[in-house]
Design a protein around this ligand. Structure first.
Ligand code: HAM
Length: 420
């Protein structure tokens, strides 16, 4: 019996990967323009990193991690996200000792044991950026600007930037207290998850989708009214920078995000076209995380976006990416005897960076032409017959259907010139 791929994972076939490469190239280009450089961290880390980095009251740590013991008895976890690893790498490799800020990007697979549904997978891919060492609100605005630029270059419409501030270790405890005081009289009526969160992480109750919980949140205190002066100033400045860059946003005072490390700015970009999993991107500032992971106090800010959700959004909005496929030259053999010569021509073309295809299955000439259609080649060469006896091959320009005989030993140079 065929073993199927695990639930919540995907196979991306060549028609998909061509699109992925196009989007990844676009992201790399944008990162270069914004000054972010790539970092690649391990796909697995010591479990302790995520317990400390992501936070042990989060859904991710409590129920979604792929954790196992390796043969050496260490507890290992497949990364559920990349921020904690980027922070670890920043500290471990002493990137703090170089010029600041350090601006990094990453892309790759992440793993969360979630209930699979449209737009939510157990292995999914993120592109993300992290900026270390800059406390300036310009850094918060810059990461949002990068995400905004990306979605706009793809041509996606209907994006909504949701912005909030979740305060800092000085003002958040007061807000937390105010929220708990407000909810305490109704604690018994909240859903079991919210009841559980009430002591450990009451801010997450704001984010509960249960209509009864939502009902009890009407009139609840909001973070923005409990910010200390520094956080309030920071938030005002982030908005000012976004205004200056012409990036529209909506203040969403219920936005708290599902990870524990945020301080000050929290944001998400939503897109209603793609169903329930409408967050195409999320992130914010995390000024305490570097210290939590064992470094010196260092401000940080970043975001990650779900790649699968980008493709869902493109499909939902009917956007076709201009991906290039096919080949430059198809080389057809009149018969079996010409095959070694075909192989030589194809090899010489490829050595000149020309994409070249041929038939490996010994098809008839007619069937080779049919097969060649798949490649939508700009030129076809036909090798054999009287032309070959004269030391030539037949070269057909597929766009104009023009045919000409070209000396065998000149055809590669001629094609290289034409395909430039
Ligand atoms: P996150 O909100 O957990 O944040 O994930 C960021 C994005 O990854 C989401 O907005 C969504 O597009 C995508 N995503 C998350 N889980 C799944 C899933 N199961 N299937 C498909 N897509 C998914 C973080 O991961 C933070 N590390 C972001 C960050 C970076 N904050 C600061 N720096």
């Amino acid at each position: 019996m065929l073993t199927k791929r695990p639930r919540g994972t995907n196979d991306f076939l060549p028609a998909d990967t061509a699109k992925w490469q196009y989007v990844e190239d676009m992201l790399r280009r944008i990162c270069r323009e914004f000054g972010y450089e790539e970092i690649r961290t391990p796909i697995f880390e010591d479990t302790a990193l995520f317990l400390r980095g992501v936070g042990d009251t989060t859904d991710i740590v409590q129920k979604e991690m792929y954790t196992f013991e390796d043969a050496g008895g260490r507890s290992i976890t497949l990364r559920p996200e990349n921020t904690a690893s980027a922070v670890r790498a920043y500290v471990e490799n002493k990137l703090f000792a170089g010029v600041q800020p350090v601006k990094l990007f990453y892309m790759g697979p992440m793993f969360r044991y979630e209930r699979p549904q449209a737009g939510r997978f157990r292995q999914f891919h993120q592109f993300g950026i992290e900026c270390f060492g800059a406390a300036s609100p310009a850094a918060d605005a810059e990461i949002i600007a990068l995400a905004w630029e990306f979605y706009n270059r793809l041509g996606l419409k209907g994006l909504e930037v949701n912005l909030n501030s979740v305060g800092c270790p000085h003002c958040r405890p007061l807000y937390r207290q105010a929220l708990q005081d407000f909810l305490r009289p109704h604690l018994g009526e909240l859903c079991p998850t919210c009841q559980e969160r009430f002591e450990k992480n009451p801010l997450r109750i704001l984010d509960c989708k249960n209509p009864d919980c939502q009902q009890h949140l009407v009139g609840a205190p909001i973070t923005l009214e409990h910010l200390c002066d520094d956080c309030s100033e920071h938030f005002t400045a982030v908005k000012r920078y976004l205004d200056e860059a012409g990036i529209p946003y909506r203040i969403n005072d219920r936005l708290v995000r599902g990870l524990d490390y945020y301080t000050n700015t929290a944001f998400e970009i939503l897109l209603s076209d793609i169903g329930a999993q409408s967050a195409v991107c999320g992130g914010g500032r995390y000024n305490s995380l570097v210290e939590q992971v064992g470094g010196k106090p260092t401000p940080g800010v970043g975001f990650a976006l779900g790649m699968e959700r980008v493709f869902n959004a493109l499909a939902a909005q009917g956007i076709e990416l201009p991906v290039q496929s096919g080949t430059d030259v198809f080389v057809a053999a009149l018969g079996e005897a010409e095959m070694p010569l075909v192989f030589r021509l194809v090899t010489e073309l490829r050595r000149r960076n020309i994409a070249a295809a041929y038939d490996m299955l010994g098809r008839s000439l007619k069937a080779q032409f049919k097969y060649a259609d798949k490649f939508s080649a700009a030129y076809t060469l036909i090798v054999g017959g009287d032309e070959l006896a004269r030391g030539n091959v037949l070269m057909r320009d597929m766009a104009t259907s023009e045919q000409q005989e070209v000396p065998l030993d000149e055809v590669v140079a001629l094609l290289a010139e034409r395909l430039g």
